[in-house]
Design a protein around this ligand. Sequence first.
Ligand SMILES: [Zn+2]
Length: 489
Amino acid sequence: MDYKNTMRRTALWTALLAGSAALSCAAAQAEAPAAAPSVAVEAATLAKIREAALQSDWAYQRLADLTDLIGPRLSGSPGAAAAVKQVADAMQKAGAEVSLQAVKVPHWVRGQETAQLVDYPGRPAGLSQRVVLTALGGSGATPAAGLTAPVLVVHSMEELAARAAEVKGRIVLFDVAYDQNLADAGMSGAAYGQAGLYRFAGPLAAARLGAVAALVRSVGGADFRIPHTGATHFSDGLQIPAAAVTAEDAMLMTRLDARGPIKLHLTLTPQTLPDADSFNVIAEIRGSEKPDEIVIVSGHLDSWDLATGAIDDGAGLVGALGALETIKRLHLQPKRTIRVIAWMNEENGSRGGQTYTANNRALLGRHFAAIESDSGAGRPLGLLTSIGADAVGLFKPLQAALLPLGAAALTRRDVLGTGDLSDIERGGVPIFEPLLDNRTYFNYHHTPADTLDKVVPDNVRRQVALMGMLSWYLANMPEPIGRAASQKP
Ligand SMILES: [Zn+2]
């Protein structure tokens, strides 16, 4: 999950957990005029898909192949290229029609990344202290031998603006905490949105004021002194060294700064290489009656390079792959085309989503709906969607079929802004996402700890069931569901 889209979602999380159950049925009752739900999509078929998914580990095995045979899959890397082939082969074997869509992706490569506190009040002579950090995606580089500079510690954009005159020639540290209380209450997306702003926009703001480098407190929970990477945004030719320090090191620097001036020696040597050639992997079952009407079911294939992208976004991706594999294995033939997409470059540029939308701009009217899962590997609780309020009632039969999974909640918002689908949504396509329990998602998100052991196999089976039932329902329902609420006249 990248930051830009998270902000659009924050409002969602806030509303969501203020009692999603109440919200969902209230939304269903309050907003949906009594549209007659279709019985065309038999409950028996939905149940068959659910049970077939719950009894299969095909998707979990695909996840293990991705994390354990390939591992990191940052755009432009050999791992990303190998993942394209691995997923294309697996979907071919599952009987899908597979094609590769060319995408030009940014090619940023991590380098050396170290830092030491070399001066601070009360420092015993000859001592320095190690700071644990990792470069942010898009970061510029220090000289090979590093740079030494005083650190300016701020806790908000307002404080940065108020101390603008002190920034030139310094390293700016944004020490802004991830709100663990929000996360513990199930609002981890909101917590991520609030603190993520500093990762995404802080370094550029500091660069504009003449900073020589920027550091941000890691955006995520857990207190094991591990750094959380993620993309940062530069423009106007401004690109300075930028890194995420661990929460523990941010707090240390704030405490030392309260005693007096501190100095840091920072070495970051990433490379920003020319854009690389890559691909979205597309695998589909052509519709029997309305083949040119498309239901997208998707997740992103790339991951950060610090670990194996098991929860971001391996689990979501195999949820999508498994949905199609289950429908194929049951020899079911949908009326509309079900198109699985493994997006490239969600983490640092969203070029995969942008390229697909640009290539299909004239066909978006034929896209019936689009689904993406990119919020971890937690237990499914229901659906999020940006269909119009008048269409909510049409999903009651699906909600009934999802009840045995404990995933019958349905929450609607005008805009979801889901990662790779945000351009498609702006093009009017209604969006769906699985609503997952993501209370601990940001403990491992974008860290060296995003590994397969963090994934509960039963949750993958449940995610496949939900994505399989939802894509089947959308591919067969007779009623039109209209366009994304945000695009309604
Ligand atoms: Zn992601």
